[in-house]
Design a protein around this ligand. Structure first.
Ligand code: PMP
Length: 440
């Protein structure tokens, strides 16, 4: 660590290195010896690091914070729940159905639902349910999507190491060692928005495809959106081939609108996964959808197994109930969308001033920024954007107190508290950060 203005961070990182691999509790939190962040407190749309630098945060823990940090409407509900009811009992409670009914009201395509503790677990549950229902093995995923950390989802289109002028498709690579080759056996990958690729995979193995798993808006690839026609094509292909459509709304659910991305498109999945925004930062997740499909979850050799010690615990469900109630009953999502639109306008002015061609992608509550002439239509196209300039710009923003992931594949997340952001300050800071990025 060579940043003398961050002595506490330096000390904490040094200590952590003796305690955890890479000195962090989650590998994605390691940003190198000079840039790894230790957070001491948070409030509204800000986080403060161990050396008392406060950042306006557009990373929001990769999306869960939808209202703001330490929102008393949620925190008080959680404290009230756990101090009167305890955390877990290993039995059912009245809250289980209450939260499901709230979700059913907001997402009309959900008929039955089960809870989980993380997005990873929700996806695993949905995929297992789809396989159990269809009796098939294969799943089709979209390049640039991310569906969690279990083995089968630890394969990716290796665009980082791909020569986009080669005329060949990117390799499919594992996220690292420890992922058995066998976990790839039932996985097919397609580029987003390509009708040709989806026709090809159905022609080849259509009879064995249990499900297509897709983030309808690629929250892990710069918020590149499915076209309306593409999502409809997936729906039609699934209907025609006895395949289930699973929409992974871990990032988009309860964020891009009350009913998530599906409500924006008016196209329904058979199964949907939720996490992040449904608990404003408390660890809660869920998967659900068609009752006939979900009812395959049961005991016995013909049933799909699902459960877990911490599933539907009081912390998770009280947070979900409070968060979803606010999102359902107030204009919080409108406020978030308006703040997101205002922020994009400011940034666009700065980019234009410096002659940087740029495109925004995705909804205002989680927008991607792409430096280049066209909005990428899939992960392969993203490779043609100037992501290096973006990273320089982002690192400068961080230096000046605006937190974001310095990778253009991660969107800017907006929460209700961002309505208080000083847009003139944002414009000046972005101007300075970009000017410096262009010079270097
Ligand atoms: N699906 C999507 C779309 C995600 O973005 C993520 C995490 N970023 C996951 C699943 C996995 O969620 P978790 O980290 O809670 O396991």
């Amino acid at each position: 660590m060579s940043n003398p203005s961050k002595p506490n961070t330096e000390r904490l990182l040094k200590q952590s290195h003796t305690n955890m691999p890479m000195g962090v509790a989650d590998s994605y939190r390691y940003w190198g010896e000079d840039n790894t962040v230790f957070v001491k407190s948070s409030e509204g749309c800000t986080i403060t690091d161990a050396d008392d630098q406060t950042f306006v945060d557009f990373r929001l823990a990769y999306g869960p914070i939808i209202l703001g940090y330490r929102d008393t409407r949620i925190d008080q509900a959680v404290v009230e729940a756990i101090t009167t009811r305890g955390t877990i009992s290993g039995f059912s409670t009245d809250l289980d159905s209450e939260v499901v009914e709230l979700i059913k009201e907001m997402c009309p395509n959900i008929e039955k639902l089960r809870f989980a503790n993380s997005g990873t677990e929700a996806v695993l549950g949905a995929v297992r349910t789809a396989r159990g229902f269809t009796g098939r093995n294969k799943i089709v995923v979209v390049e640039g999507g991310f569906h969690g950390l279990y083995d089968e989802m630890m394969w990716k289109s290796d665009v980082d190491n791909w020569d986009n002028k080669s005329g060949k498709a990117p390799e499919i690579a594992s996220f690292g060692v420890g992922i058995p080759e066998a976990s790839r056996e039932h996985l097919e990958t397609v580029p987003l928005n390509s009708f040709e690729a989806i026709d090809e995979v159905f022609a080849r193995v259509g009879n064995d495809i249990a499900a297509i798993v897709i983030e309808p808006i690629l929250g892990n690839c710069g918020s590149i959106a499915s076209s309306q026609e593409y999502l409809q094509k997936l729906r039609d292909m699934c209907n025609a081939n006895g395949t289930l459509l699973i929409m992974d709304e871990v990032k988009t659910g309860f964020r891009v609108g009350k009913g998530g991305a599906q409500a924006l498109y008016g196209i329904h999945a058979d199964l949907t996964t939720y996490a992040k925004a449904m608990g404003n930062g408390y660890p809660v997740a869920a998967f659900g959808g068609r009752a006939d499909v979900m009812d395959v979850i049961s005991f016995g050799v013909k049933g799909v197994t699902h459960g877990g010690t911490y599933t539907a615990n009081m912390v998770a469900l009280s947070a979900a109930k409070a968060t979803l109630t606010v999102l359902n009953e107030t204009d919080a999502l409108d406020t978030i969308n308006k703040a997101g639109a205002d922020i994009q306008q400011v940034l666009s002015r700065v980019f234009t001033k410096h002659g940087i061609t740029h495109k925004f992608a995705g909804p205002d509550s989680m927008f991607g920024i792409h430096f280049g002439d066209v909005v990428p239509t899939n992960y392969r196209d993203w490779k043609a954007t100037d992501s290096e300039l973006y990273t320089e710009f982002a690192m400068n923003l961080i230096k000046y107190g605006i937190m974001l992931e310095p990778d253009s594949r991660e969107p800017w997340f907006i929460c209700e508290s961002h309505r208080h952001v000083d847009l003139a300050w944002l414009e000046d800071t972005a101007d300075k950060a970009l000017a410096e990025a262009i010079v270097t």
